[in-house]
Design a protein around this ligand. Sequence first.
Ligand code: HPA
Length: 288
Amino acid sequence: MSQDIPSALEVVQICHYAAQFIRAHSSGAYRVLIVLGSGLGALAEEVQGAVRIPYTDIPGFAAATVAGHAGQLVLGTLEEQPVVLMQGRLHFYEGHPLWRVTLPVRVARELGVEIVILTNAAGGINRTFSVADVMLITDHINLVGMAGHNPLLGQNVDAYGPRFPEMTTAYDAELRALALQAAQSAGISLRQGVYACVAGPNFETPAELRFLRLIGADAVGMSTVHEVLVARHAGMRVLGLSGITNVARLSADEGEPPSHEEVMQAGRLIAPKLFTIVRGVLSRLPTL
Ligand code: HPA
């Protein structure tokens, strides 16, 4: 086994240990994991009966280092659903191996989670998208995975799922329908499209963005897809929502270069819409 990747038994042990720690500091089982992306952490303030646990306290968890990622778990209820919120996530570009980036998703499974709602900040590639749009992820292109980095590398963790998980149904059709209903009833226009995952941390060149458009991407970001793979491997249902924080500069002559400040600022415009959709989905879950 590669030195970097723990054995299946070690992964299970690390997850059990983390879940045990979280259970000892909170109560009950949880149904939904919500991962809050860059600039989107404020939903955690709305959790009722919240228990907050910094990642640095949880065995096996790494600290979040990116501005706009608070780095704590928030456990409680939202729309009467028992939820675990990740206020900030880990990224590959921070130097963590992908099994560690995605560890919280497996720990959430240990806590009883069946549904994973993943949010992120993304660059808009589809020319009809504007800053502050929200995009429902219908599919993804995992460029990081295609380059050989995958959280499921190494010994398969049979305790969670099969060696060769399929990805044609990665983004749950029923959850997508609930998100569309929730957006429509709140008068929010919800875009739909394909999310391309890149490693970062640099933003893309105009030539890379034209390439991404050519291969069918509507938005590009540096997260989410790894979590989707691990969640689907473990049989959890996935909903993905991207907040479009900047639009692609397909030629160096147009617009302004993107920056993390711009991403954070747009996050504040996106957050109310995205939170309304997430709450709308949670309140409709009993109909699933
Ligand atoms: N590219 C990659 N990731 C991003 C972007 C982008 O333009 N905006 C927000 N996250």
